[in-house]
Each structure stands twice: as C-alpha cells, then as structure tokens.
Ligand binder design. Structure first.
Ligand code: PRP
Ligand code: MN
Ligand code: MG
Length: 179
C-alpha cells in the first residue's frame, strides 16, 4: 500500500469485477449499434481504458478535458473546457465516461453542451457516484459504485494531480490533505 494511503475503499479485484459487469451491460444495451465513448480527461482515463475492453460492439473514442476543481478537494463550480471534442457527435450514440460524479456540476455542463450538438442518444457512465454531495440532478445511466462523502484518489482520480496511478480507490491520510 502507498505510504500516503489511510485506507483502501475499493480494491483492484472489486473494481475489475464491477468494470467488467458494466462493460457487459453496455454491450447488451447497444447491440446492433456503434458507440462513441467520450472520456472526460484526465480522471476517466484509467476507467475508460479498462471498461472498453469489456465492450463487444463497435466502439469509437473522443475526449474532452474540463476542469472544475483546480487544486484542492472542493469544487469551484466553474467548468472550463481545456480540450474540446475532435469530431462532430451529430447522430451518434454517445456515452460520457466519468470517474466520479460529485456535485454533478461538471456533468450538468457537459450534458447541456453535448445535447446541443445533436447526438442520436446521450448516456452517462461513471465509476463512482457520491450522491450525498449532489448540487444538481444528473441522469446517471451506468454507475460502478456509490460511495460515502470522503475524498478519494487512485484509478484515475487525483489529489493535486497526484495518485492517479494507484491501482485501487483509496482515502489518503488526513495529514496529506493538509499539506
Ligand atoms: C473531477 C472528476 C469529475 C468532476 C466531478 O475532475 O474527475 O470530472 O471533478 O466533480 P463534480 O461532480 O463536483 O463536478 P477534475 O475537475 O478534478 O479534473 P480531473 O479529471 O482532470 O482530475
Ligand atoms: Mn474529471
Ligand atoms: Mg481532479
């Protein structure tokens, strides 16, 4: 275990099993279609990479980078586009892939933004959901795990850009968040 980690909330095995289930579910739901997976950088990168290896319908990729948090653990609510989609999503079956839905502000912005581009359908897939922190309602179609209100890192999620490469989801020691 990483020395900065206080406890592991979801271990590698739990994540692996649930991600495979989600992939199978998506494959069933999109039989006969092709999917455009829109990964939201940077947090969703690890989840997206693992998820799509369990999807067996034609799958295409694009990415958006937005930032709401900046440094620290609290959402500012202000969403900025750092990188936009490369291609039109008009007429495509789009799934937005996120690592976590917290206040919902990032996804609210993304859903409105992408709906305006005329996709054939638009769904949301997130690895983690923190329902207790929600400020705006967002329709989550695929959710890996609902978690309590603790600041988590690993498997793509960062604290001040660190810890994204941990293979599990963990809570850091309190003294780390104070630095
Ligand atoms: C985090 C996370 C989600 C968003 C969730 O991204 O990856 O995208 O915040 O928070 P919300 O529901 O309160 O809007 P962040 O802005 O930290 O960027 P990152 O993915 O590059 O870490
Ligand atoms: Mn993010
Ligand atoms: Mg972040």
């Amino acid at each position: 275990m990483h020395p900065d980690v206080e406890k592991i909330l979801l271990n590698e095995e739990q994540i692996k099993e649930r991600v495979a289930q989600l992939g199978r579910q998506i494959s069933q739901d999109y039989q006969g279609e092709s999917i455009l997976m829109v990964g939201i950088l940077k947090g969703a990168m690890i989840f997206l990479a693992d998820l799509v290896r369990h999807i067996n319908v034609p799958t295409f990729f694009d990415f958006m980078a937005v930032s709401s948090y900046g440094a620290g653990t609290v959402s500012s609510g202000a969403v900025r586009i750092l990188k936009d989609l490369e291609k039109s999503i008009h007429g495509r079956h789009v799934i937005i892939v996120e690592d976590i839905v917290d206040t919902g502000l990032t996804l609210q912005y993304l859903v409105e933004n992408m709906k305006a581009r005329g996709p054939a359908s638009l769904k949301i897939c997130t690895l983690l959901d923190k329902p207790s922190r929600r400020k705006v309602a967002v329709p989550v179609d695929y959710n890996g795990f609902s978690i309590p209100d603790e600041f988590v890192v690993g498997y793509g999620l960062d604290y001040n850009e660190r810890y994204r490469n941990l293979p599990y989801i963990a809570v850091l020691k309190p003294e780390i968040y104070q630095i």
